[in-house]
Design a protein around this ligand. Structure first.
Ligand code: FCB
Length: 447
């Protein structure tokens, strides 16, 4: 392995590298009750007073459902070769069991066919958090039966679209669903109980493994995998106490997911810490979770800093911060990928999300988001550094195609490389989009 660090960035990537932009259904589609769509747990959660910072919801969002063709042209205009999107489960099956909604399935067929017609690879995620509310009424992800409902949903989507997808992802960021949704209660469904969160994490992982087995038994053509949100975790100081805190946080937040997926076991120290809150399991669960994946998706935004004392304050670090208050720390992405590859020998790995929120507004038809451009450029360089060290990287996708509904932050946090004016639904590519297009053009020429 030789370093390519001396080369211009666009010469550090192979010709077949996947370059994309990413979104998710609830954050952009709107059309919350159109054409037979059922209610999701996020539709319900947004109605809880105080749940969303600006009291907004996903009823209209970017109105992508009604603007599909224009948005597909927009994606193509960026010069990418891939688009990552998610399916709203309640749009294709209102209640999460029983009848399929033909209008919803037809929407995703138009989306996938529209991508292929424009020469773009479709990367589909089944669960980007918008579980049918009807399943939540029966216990949601805490209820083992939801695992089997999810496998049925996965099979249905493969039957309709499987021959045209590049990748099929089961879950986006199971940690977020479990911890933010069921322990901290700041995301849907808004529950606050650790034991529930732990059981949810187990059922998410189990449904991933069982779905992979079922999809392969029916002749899956797409590459199958899962997307995890992972931070590179560092101790706040070199003290033994802080280093111990960092190891414990890494075990709880990262290895709780990667160990069962790659080794078929939960970290012993976390099981011991959980005690009676450890998940209920059945024989065979761990083997199912460890069903080999064809690819791993990593969503990376910042590092984590652990301290045995007072919580670390990013504002004190001296590093640039995004509008989310997250440190800009590209080196952590290289470190994270190297750690993962050393521990597990990674399959082909995509950065399925990476990007930054900054407050920006159009001036004379332009958005000068130099900080976002630098964020993206420096993280692409971090991916190249990991490749130099032997990590099998397959692609990189910016979060996000366009500004959208940022969960409990509402519409105030703008992650897009395309600006959205929510009053008019006008889309304006920011300078970061122009930079990305030019960069990708150089990549194509030199490959
Ligand atoms: C990730 C989510 C994505 C987006 C970004 C900022 O956790 O997967 O939907 O909200 O954060």
């Amino acid at each position: 392995m030789s370093s390519t660090a001396h080369l211009p960035l666009h010469q550090r990537f192979p010709r077949d590298f996947t370059w994309g932009v990413a979104t998710s259904a609830f954050q952009i589609e709107g059309a919350a009750t159109a054409d037979g769509k059922g209610e999701s747990i996020w539709d319900r959660f947004c109605r809880q007073p105080g749940a969303i910072a600006d009291s907004s919801n996903g009823d209209i969002a970017c109105d992508h459902y009604h603007r599909l063709e224009g948005d597909l042209d927009l994606i193509a205009s960026l010069g990418v070769n891939a688009y990552r999107f998610s399916v709203s489960w309640p749009r294709v099956q209102a209640l999460g069991s029983g009848a399929w909604n033909e209008a919803g399935l037809a929407f995703y067929e138009r989306l996938v066919d529209g991508l292929l017609a424009r020469g773009l690879q479709p990367h589909l995620t089944l669960n980007h958090w918008d579980l049918p509310q009807a399943l939540q009424e029966q216990g949601g992800w805490a209820h083992r039966d939801t695992v089997h409902r999810f496998v049925d949903y996965a099979l249905q989507m493969q039957r309709r679209l499987g021959d045209r997808l590049r990748t099929l992802t089961t879950h986006n960021e199971p940690w977020v669903v479990a911890v933010l949704g069921h322990e901290q209660g700041i995301f849907a469904p808004g529950l606050k109980r650790r034991a529930t969160a732990v059981q949810v994490s187990h059922h998410l992982l189990l449904s991933h493994g069982l779905a992979l087995q079922a999809l392969r038994a029916e002749g899956a053509k797409a590459a199958l995998g899962i997307v995890l949100n992972l931070a590179h975790i560092e101790p706040a100081t070199a003290s033994a106490a802080d280093r111990h805190a960092a190891q414990a946080d890494d075990a709880r937040n990262r290895r709780w997911y990667t160990d069962p997926l790659f080794k078929g076991q939960y970290p012993e120290e976390v099981l011991a810490e959980l005690g009676a809150d450890a998940p209920a399991m059945q024989p065979g669960d761990l083997a199912a979770i460890a069903t080999p994946i064809d690819f791993l998706g990593v969503n990376y935004y910042t590092r984590g800093v652990s301290s045995a004392g007072a919580p670390f304050d990013p504002a004190q670090s001296g590093l640039p911060l995004t509008d989310m208050g997250w440190e800009v720390y590209p080196r952590g992405l290289t470190e994270l990928l190297i750690t993962l590859h050393r521990e597990y020998r990674l399959p082909p790995t995509y950065i399925t999300e990476n990007g930054a929120a900054f407050a920006d507004a159009p001036v004379d038809g332009r958005v000068h988001d130099a900080e976002r451009t630098e964020y993206i450029r420096s993280h692409i360089a971090a991916v190249a550094d990991a490749m130099d060290l032997g990590v099998p990287m397959a692609g990189y996708m910016v979060w996000s195609l366009m500004d959208n509904f940022e969960w409990s932050s509402g519409y105030a946090k703008r992650f897009g490389i395309v600006h959205v004016d929510y009053a008019t639904q006008r889309r304006t590519p920011k300078d970061s989009a122009r930079w990305y297009r030019e960069f990708l053009g150089r990549c194509r020429q030199s490959a």
